[in-house]
Write a protein that binds this ligand. Structure first.
Ligand code: IPM
Ligand code: MN
Length: 352
C-alpha cells in the first residue's frame, strides 16, 4: 500500500469548505484503491496572521519540504492588506519550494455551460504550462522620486535561460506524455518585449529540435486571448511566462465553466508540489455552504496524478464529469442545485 504525507492548508474564506470536500473525495478514493493519505493540517492564512502576525514561518517551510504534496484551499482575507498573504504565503511557497511550473488544464466537462457559442468539450481541452518562479513575479524594481510629480515605478521581468529551459523542458515532456495533438504553442510578445521573449523564442526553437514528434508554433499573448475564444480547438499545450500565464488562465477558467471548476498544480518535478483550486477565497460566500468544491476536488485529483496514482486520479475526474453531466444545474456558487457538501457527496457516490 502506498502511503503519502499530505500537508493541508485550507487557508482563507471558502478555502476550508472546499478543501473539506476535496479531502472527503480523497479519503473515498484512497479506500477504494488502497492508497493511504496521512494529513498534516496547517492553519496558515489571514486568521493566523491577524492573531500572531505570522504569515509563513521558516520552520513551517522546513516541514513542508519533507511532505509528499501540499493541498491548498485559498489565500486572501478581506481584513488583511492585499499582497501580504498573496506574496508572503502563496508566492513564498511557490518560490521557496521551487515549484517552477504552474500547470493549468482548461477542459470543458460534459454538461457544463461555456460562454462560447457553438463550442463544446470536443473543442475546449488544452493545458497551460505557466512558468511559476520568475518573470514579473520576482518582485524586482524600484520607485524613483516616489510621491512626486516625477515619480517613476520600475518592475523588472527576470527570465533566466536556465529557468526558461526548465519550464520548456517540462512543457515538451508534458505534451509528449499527454499525447493528444502533440502540439506545443509558445505564447509571448516577441514584437515588443524584445529581450524577454527573444530569449524564450530562441530557447523554444532550440529545444524543439529535440522533439521530432511534437509540432510547435508561436502566438502573441493578445492574439492568444482572441483565439482562445474564437478557436479554442487550435490549442493542445501552451507554454508561457508567469504574468501572461496568470492572465490567460483566468480567461481559460471562464471558458471551461468558471472558477468553480478550475484547478491548478504548482509543480516541482524533483521536489514537493502544491495543488489548489485557482479561484481564490471568495469572502462573500464564506461559511454559507454554497461555493462549488469541484475545483478543489479536481486539484486533489491532479495531486494524485503527480504522486503517480494515475488510476485514482482518472477515477476522480470521471466522477466529476458524471456529476457535471448528470446532476448540477450550474457551476456557479449558490446556483448548483446542491450545497457545497452535497456536491462532495455526489462525487463520492459517483466514484461507485
Ligand atoms: C493565481 C493568483 C495568484 C497569482 C495571486 C493570488 C498572487 O492570481 O494563482 O493565479 O497571481 O499567481
Ligand atoms: Mn491568477
Amino acid at each position: 500500500m502506498s502511503t503519502y504525507k499530505v500537508a493541508v492548508i485550507p487557508g482563507d474564506g471558502t478555502g476550508p469548505e472546499v478543501i473539506n470536500e476535496g479531502l472527503k473525495v480523497l479519503d473515498a478514493i484512497a479506500d477504494k484503491t488502497g492508497i493511504k493519505c496521512e494529513k498534516i493540517m496547517y492553519d496558515l492564512g489571514g486568521e493566523r496572521y491577524k492573531k500572531t502576525g505570522e504569515v509563513l514561518p521558516e520552520s513551517v517551510i522546513r516541514e513542508l519540504r519533507t511532505v509528499d504534496a501540499i493541498y491548498l484551499g485559498a489565500v486572501g482575507h478581506p481584513d488583511v492588506k492585499p499582497g501580504i498573504l498573496e506574496k508572503g504565503l502563496l508566492l513564498k511557497l511557490r518560490f521557496s519550494l521551487e515549484q517552477y511550473i504552474n500547470l493549468r488544464p482548461v477542459k470543458l466537462y460534459p454538461g457544463v455551460w461555456t460562454p462560447i457559442k457553438d463550442k463544446g468539450p470536443e473543442q475546449i481541452d488544452f493545458v497551460v504550462v505557466r512558468e511559476n518562479n520568475e518573470g514579473l513575479y520576482v518582485g524586482e524594481g524600484e520607485f524613483i522620486d516616489k510621491d512626486t510629480p516625477d515619480e517613476v515605478a520600475i518592475q523588472v521581468s527576470r527570465n533566466s535561460r536556465k529557468g526558461v529551459d526548465k519550464c520548456l523542458r517540462y512543457a515538451f515532456e508534458y505534451t509528449k506524455r499527454r499525447n493528444k495533438r502533440n502540439n506545443l504553442t509558445l505564447v509571448g510578445k516577441t514584437n515588443v518585449l524584445t529581450y524577454a521573449f527573444d530569449l524564450w523564442d530562441r530557447a523554444f526553437n532550440e529545444m524543439a529540435k529535440e522533439y521530432s514528434t511534437i509540432s510547435t508554433d508561436y502566438a502573441h499573448v493578445d492574439a492568444t486571448c482572441m483565439w482562445m475564444i474564437k478557436n479554442p480547438e487550435w490549442f493542445d499545450v501552451l507554454v508561457t511566462d508567469n504574468m501572461f500565464g496568470d492572465i490567460i488562465t483566468d480567461l481559460g477558467a471562464m471558458i471551461q465553466g468558471g472558477m468553480g471548476i478550475a484547478a491548478g498544480g504548482n509543480i516541482n518535478p524533483d521536489g514537493v508540489s502544491m495543488f489548489e483550486p485557482i479561484g481564490g477565497s471568495a469572502p462573500k460566500y464564506t461559511g454559507k455552504n454554497v461555493i462549488n468544491p469541484l475545483a478543489a476536488i479536481c486539484a486533489g485529483g491532479m495531486m494524485l496524478d503527480e504522486l503517480g496514482e494515475h488510476t485514482a486520479a482518472a477515477k476522480i475526474e470521471e466522477a466529476v464529469m458524471d456529476v457535471t453531466a448528470n446532476k448540477l444545474k450550474s457551476l456557479s456558487a449558490g446556483k448548483m442545485g446542491y450545497s457545497t457538501s452535497e456536491v462532495g457527496d455526489l462525487v463520492v457516490k459517483a466514484l461507485g
